[in-house]
Design a protein around this ligand. Structure first.
Ligand code: NI
Length: 275
């Protein structure tokens, strides 16, 4: 069983075949998916999807792109969503200085506010960082301290940033862009990540693997990423599957899943879960 730790099935790209995409993920052996909210509406839709599907969980987040337009009343509404049992993390939140859709000051303010929300509720983090390594690290340490329960999503930093993340105890996540022909440098970074910190994600609908490059990505394609990681690490597909699944279960505390959900999974997968 694989876990897609980061997808956006709530996005428009899935409007025509959302249920089919979910079903394909299940039949491809995906045990859990975390649908990641990137706006107030996205968080609401992620929770709705999670409530309808036993094997989907939600992360509640507001993307830095939203920072200029998010209002105080939105943040109040956002806090209201955090009570849902299916919310397993705060994210994606962070800083994006690549697109700079919102001002840096507003991005930082929003990031700090949402980190404090995670801290108050003891929820792990899914962090988005693009071209903002220094500020992301400074804010993370300032608000959360020297040990962080979280994952750096779609890792795009250098060796130094990787070391900083690992020193804080963070997990490091790679998307299917690791399979791109020209991703040699990213594969070099992936080689440096210890397996007990390694996460897999699709970030679907974005970043389809090399064989579908330019098309829509979907959670079922995570197997292509797992195959690539197996090659990079010199491990079997089964080992990658087992280790990354354990990592994700640990961070998102998926062991707390109610028995009814486990029973549902067992029936759906047609094999025992060993619990
Ligand atoms: Ni994302």
């Amino acid at each position: 069983m694989l876990i897609d730790t980061h997808c956006h099935l709530d996005f428009q790209g899935f409007d025509r075949d959302r249920d089919d995409a979910i079903e394909r993920s299940r039949s491809e052996g995906i045990g859990f998916m975390i649908n990641v909210g990137s706006s107030l509406a996205g968080t609401r839709d992620s929770i709705e999807l999670a409530e309808k599907n036993d094997f989907i969980f939600a992360a509640a987040g507001i993307h830095p792109h939203e920072a200029d337009t998010v209002k105080e009343e939105d943040l109040k509404a956002f806090e209201g969503y955090l009570g849902s049992d299916k919310v397993v993390a705060i994210g994606e939140i962070g800083l994006d200085y690549y697109k700079n859709i919102s001002s840096k000051d507003n991005q930082k303010m929003l990031f700090i506010r949402l980190l404090n929300e995670a801290k108050a509720r003891g929820l792990p983090l899914i962090i988005h960082n693009r071209d903002a390594h220094r500020d992301t690290m400074a804010i993370l340490k300032d608000v959360m301290g020297s040990s962080i329960r979280g994952v750096m999503h779609c890792f795009s930093g250098d060796e130094e940033f990787l070391k900083d993340c690992l020193d804080l105890g963070m997990f490091i996540s790679f998307t299917c862009n690791l399979t791109f022909k020209n991703a040699g440098r990213l594969r070099d970074i992936a080689r440096l990540v210890p397996m007990d910190r390694f996460f897999l994600e699709t970030d679907a609908p974005f970043l389809a693997p090399q064989i579908f490059r330019g098309k829509r990505n979907e959670p079922a394609y995570i197997k292509y990423l797992a195959e690539e990681v197996a090659r990079i690490k010199g491990l079997s597909f089964e080992e990658i599957e087992k280790i990354t699944t354990e990592n994700a279960k640990k961070l998102f505390n998926l062991a707390r899943i109610p028995p009814s959900v486990k029973a549902g999974m067992k029936a759906a997968s047609g094999r025992g879960t060993g619990s």
